[in-house]
Design a protein around this ligand. Structure first.
Ligand SMILES: [Zn+2]
Length: 256
């Protein structure tokens, strides 16, 4: 069963919807919504798990089969990156619920895994890079083979471009903690969203790019000794990324 951190749990929620629970439903969910009961393609073929206390309903995140205000809380983990029309999914969770939680893989992880592996179809079940540059804002940028290799021209974008080129992300991702690999978004009342048709370049388009946040997520791995040690091992395994850190001035965080 999935849970939220103790201080984040919806203790007062009586009606809780979990969208796309798959084999691991949210603790306390009263309603589970699954898109497809038979075909587990997008959940890696794993069996559905339905606790006795919960009702299972078939439907889609972009057209929730519930009346307005049916829920106190809606939990949606690793769902929004799959949907065709995220604006509808956002509108729908706000329509049926008072508050909620949205989790997706982080752009840092999505791009890292797909970048040198554009031929593998499993990358494209995830249609969006999802990130939250602001407390109340969720941004979606398309994740396609073309967009995966597009970087912002700002220093953070250039840093990430060279960082990915310096290592094998599939192996390197084990050096990063979950926070760097996940986008976590809590909302209450309502939230803003922005669905873009391509990767924004903060310099040319004047709108926030995702790379600043990606760089922060990566460097957040170095803020204590234990994590700094992971980065030390990462640089040992991939000596070329040491040069990238040095070039972009992150060597002070990553003391030898
Ligand atoms: Zn930028």
């Amino acid at each position: 069963m999935k849970r939220l951190p103790v201080w984040r749990r919806p203790y007062f929620a009586k009606r809780i919807l979990d969208i796309g629970p798959g084999h691991n439903p949210f603790h306390g969910a009263t309603h589970l919504l699954e898109m497809d009961l038979a075909d587990g393609r997008e959940r890696c073929g794993q069996e559905l798990v339905v606790p006795e206390s919960a009702a299972l309903i078939v439907g889609e995140a972009t057209a929730l089969p519930f009346k307005t205000g049916s829920f106190d809380y809606v939990y949606a983990s690793h769902v929004f990156e799959h949907v065709m029309a995220p604006r509808w999914a956002c509108n729908e969770v706000m329509r049926v619920s008072e508050a909620g939680y949205i989790e997706t893989p982080s752009p840092f992880r999505e791009q890292g895994l797909a970048l040198k592996d554009e031929q593998s179809p499993e990358h494209w079940y995830h249609r969006w890079f999802v990130f939250s540059p602001d407390k109340n804002l969720l941004v979606f940028e398309p994740k396609t083979p073309e967009e995966v290799s597009r970087f912002c021209s700002c220093p953070a974008g250039e840093f990430l471009r060279e960082f990915y080129a310096s290592l094998d992300f599939r192996e390197a991702e084990h050096f990063f903690r979950r926070k760097a690999k996940t986008t976590i978004f809590y909302w209450s009342g309502s939230f803003q969203y922005e669905v873009r048709d391509r990767t924004m370049d903060c310099r040319k388009d004047g709108r926030v790019c995702r790379y600043w946040g990606m760089k922060q997520a990566l460097l957040a791995n170095c803020h204590d000794l234990l994590r700094a040690n992971r980065i030390r091992r990462l640089r040992k395994r991939f000596p070329e990324c040491r040069e990238v850190f040095r070039k972009y001035g992150h060597h002070t965080l990553l003391i030898n």
